[in-house]
Design a protein around this ligand. Sequence first.
Ligand code: CTP
Length: 421
Amino acid sequence: MTEAPGAPARPRVVLGVGGGIAAYKACEVLRRLTESGHAVRVVPTKDALNFVGAATFEALSGQPVATGVFEDVPDVPHVRLGQTADLVVVAPATANLLAKAASGLADDLLTNTLLTARCPVLLVPAMHTEMWEHPATRANVALLRSRGVVVAEPASGRLTGKDTGKGRLPEPAEIVELARLLLARRDALPRDLEGVHVAISAGGTREPLDPVRYLGNRSSGRQGFALARVAAQRGARVTLVAAQTADLVPPAGVDVVRVGSAVELRAAMLDVAARAQVLVMAAAVADFRPVALAEHKIKKTDRDPEPVRLTRNPDILAELVQHRASGQVIVGFAAETGDSTTSVLDFGRAKLKRKGCDWLVVNAVGDGKAFEVEDNAGWLLSSDGSETPIPHGSKAMLASAVWDAIALSGELRAFAVRTLE
Ligand code: CTP
């Protein structure tokens, strides 16, 4: 992983690949990591090479590939790779590999690297549901997590053969998002939302005019999906109420409820609010909807077009606050442009008071900011008056800053104590 003189150091990632059929997806993880500027060294197990040849990993990474500790001995790779890495990602991590990592076995290059790594370690499991649920695997996962290793929640869906269930490797885009989050945090993701049910709305609502037309907005849903993904990986049970979004990968380990209009989104959020402890309104909800929904497609006529008459949609966040259950934490979002007299932050402060929620994430929008882009920045305002700037970074990074604040807050600690009693 030598850099050209003068070039900024690229983050060094060791990509471990276990011997499971999902090893082929590691190629896509590798491609995405190298294309986004990471120096990646692939360390497969011997069994992984039954699924993908070393030449593929070497060509995609531009680095040599070895599985054992007796290759390239003068370079001491079994120690050096772990010591010099900024992040170790293992995808797929088989049940066998989790067991070896938990017991500290070191019989090949990958397991040696896991023992010598002092950077964040992300293990992304893939196995059959029975293996994932086996008490031995549960104990290994719990032990690894207690040591600060991030063992990702697997996705649910089609497994090898005819089976479906929990144990599927999350999609490469999701693995890379988590990897980049750990690199940016330079720290593990804590499991501090275990036992907490969170409900998050995301995306833009569509207000129908007729069977083929609607009024919509430019929200991509990325920020809400990132909040759901990070919460699930911190141990929360997550219900994601998704309105219209870009073509996004549903986060692994999350229950997704699809909705269309603001009225549907309201019904879904009020329903889940009866069971959830934290409610996050990240959706871009249309404030108005057409008064009438035409039963048939509106036809072009020779007459001038009729103006579309609108009526007000319910303010869902305000309603959630009004019906707040005891101990429930409610988070709103404010996408603001500011104007000639009022700053984005002042609009946010006023909105926090008006809506009555506990937290408000304020983003500046317009000029290519926040909507339909990968990155975000803003402020986290709390009803206790604190204001925390959130620096520019990925939407997962903003999500992790929001969860850091909420997990530390008194409300959630009080809830955790109550559930443990
Ligand atoms: N929101 C909602 N129901 C609506 C409109 C917005 O629950 N009908 C929620 C959004 O999900 C967000 C927060 O309220 O969490 C603020 O949304 P925003 O559009 O910024 O605020 P508005 O109340 O619509 O105020 P304005 O458009 O005047 O800025």
